[in-house]
Design a protein. Structure first.
Length: 194
């Protein structure tokens, strides 16, 4: 009999049913990028409690790869961490935009690149599932063409092209710390057997 939920492997999950009971939910904060809701709950131990959840748009990331196995990275200052970050082009969906369309738009906006060939890099990711509903999708972009970048007003970006092997060393040394970038680059290295 097929698994009714393909995202859950019951053989690996001894407690597949939701042990939480939601009594009520209220949005406490909202802006253009995310909202924060607070749920009144009955916890798995039967006691009342609250659970705060950050709800976001779907996130996407793109590894733009040249025939010489070079990767485009985007550098930018990340306000929440107060740090400069080198990462793959990333962004969130607008409205009902499909993840692939978002990835294509973000690649062009941030780097000026378009790609003739697109493929997924792995499956849906849950970025911080203890506090957030954020889901992410990663893509590989190939057969690249350079056009003009159009970053958003919140972005001051630097773009550089580096060999994939160099990017993997940046992960190992802690120069790349962005989770989506690390996952995407390691997925690509595994696919290419680098």
């Amino acid at each position: 009999m097929p698994n009714p939920n393909p995202n859950r492997n019951r053989d690996l999950d001894p407690n597949p049913d939701n042990p939480w009971k939601t009594l009520s939910t209220e949005v406490k904060y909202r802006n253009a990028w995310f909202s924060v809701r607070e749920d009144q709950v009955i916890r798995p131990d039967g006691k009342p409690g609250i659970y705060g959840v950050v709800e976001t748009r779907i996130a996407t990331g793109v590894v733009a790869l040249t025939p010489l196995y070079e990767v485009y990275l985007v550098g930018q200052f990340r306000y929440p961490t107060n740090m400069y970050s080198w990462e793959i082009p990333e962004g969130g969906t607008d409205g009902d935009e499909a993840p692939l369309a978002t990835a294509q738009r973000e690649l062009q906006e941030e780097t000026g690149l378009t790609a003739a060939r697109w493929s997924p890099l792995g499956h849906e990711l849950h970025m911080s599932n203890c506090i957030s509903s954020e889901r992410a999708f990663l893509f590989l972009a190939q057969e690249l063409t350079q056009a003009h970048a159009e970053p958003e007003g919140t972005e001051v970006l630097a773009v550089k092209k580096l060999p994939l092997a160099h990017c993997l060393r940046m992960i190992a040394s802690g120069e790349i710390v962005d989770a989506m970038s690390i996952i995407a680059l390691l997925q690509l290295a595994r696919r290419l057997r680098v």
